[in-house]
Unconditional design. Structure first.
Length: 90
């Protein structure tokens, strides 16, 4: 997984990482990390409902470091495990 840091983004946009984070949070309502996680989980939901791919494959596809981390983040965000979410959507 290729991670991009706030420092790299700040350099690219010629602003400090602190300013970038503060501005992003103010405009989007989420920190950059929260936003990325939300986008990954949104994509995972689509894959869970539209495919029969295993959870570990979906975790890898959406850029999570491993299935255990993915399941934990998914459950924290949706209150269900990915398997429970898939079963509920069907």
């Amino acid at each position: 997984m290729n991670s991009i840091t706030l420092e790299q983004l700040g350099e690219h946009f010629h602003v400090s990482p602190y300013h970038l984070q503060r501005t992003f949070q103010k405009r989007v309502g989420l920190s950059p990390n929260e936003y990325i996680t939300k986008r990954r989980l949104d994509e995972a939901c689509k894959l869970l409902t539209r495919t029969d791919r295993p959870v570990n494959s979906i975790a890898k596809t959406v850029g999570m470091p491993n299935a255990a981390h993915f399941i934990t983040r998914f459950r924290d965000y949706y209150g269900l495990t990915p398997k429970q979410y898939r079963e509920k959507q069907r």
